[in-house]
Design a protein around this ligand. Structure first.
Ligand SMILES: [Zn+2]
Length: 185
């Protein structure tokens, strides 16, 4: 199982946040099938058992994560928001299943998918902030995107959510530069 990994939880929180309708796409999470696909794309072990009734709670967690990313750049407010989410949703504990070694569950026992997302995502984001600083949570630098971005990994800090946004902004800046240049070179 792909199981433990707070970076996986953080990645899921970001992916969930970015299903919200944005400037470049509509709502990408409107059915149980889309929710199951999102979970599977992020290594959730089978069986991924999702029902239509799970959607509402997951969308509440989505709003909560977008609220956190909206505070990017304001370290104190961001920490306060994440702490409130942890306080509400998280109940970390060690669990052993048959054949699976002790591992950490963050959601309260019997949580819905919404409760699981809120707890695991908040914990994942909080641990990344603790390890890398609050600047690890940001929004895409493309003014016409602003999707949530995790600035993790080696190399220069990521500014864009995707190569698509990076190249779109680069091409636009290049065109702008050409227009600004004198006619006689
Ligand atoms: Zn973007």
């Amino acid at each position: 199982m792909s199981g433990f990994g707070f970076s996986r939880w953080a990645g899921l929180a970001v992916a969930l946040a970015n299903t919200a309708p944005g400037q470049r796409h509509g709502d990408l999470l409107t059915s149980a099938d889309e929710l199951a696909a999102l979970l599977r794309a992020h290594g959730e072990p089978e069986p991924v058992d999702v029902e239509t009734g799970d959607l509402a709670g997951v969308l509440v967690a989505r709003d909560a994560f977008n609220g956190v990313f909206d505070l990017a750049g304001d370290e104190a407010a961001l920490a306060e928001r994440l702490n409130a989410l942890l306080d509400r949703a998280a109940r970390p504990r060690l669990v052993a299943h048959a054949g699976v070694p002790l591992h950490l569950h963050v959601d309260a026992p019997g949580s819905s998918w919404g409760g699981w997302f809120a707890a695991s995502g908040a914990m994942g984001l909080a641990l990344l902030v603790a390890e890398h600083g609050a600047a690890v949570l940001t929004r895409c630098a493309a003014g016409d995107c602003r999707d949530a971005v995790l600035r993790v990994g080696s190399g220069p800090p990521r500014r864009f959510c995707s190569a698509t946004c990076a190249s779109r902004v680069r091409v636009a800046a290049h065109r702008q530069g050409r227009r600004g240049r004198p006619a006689a070179e």
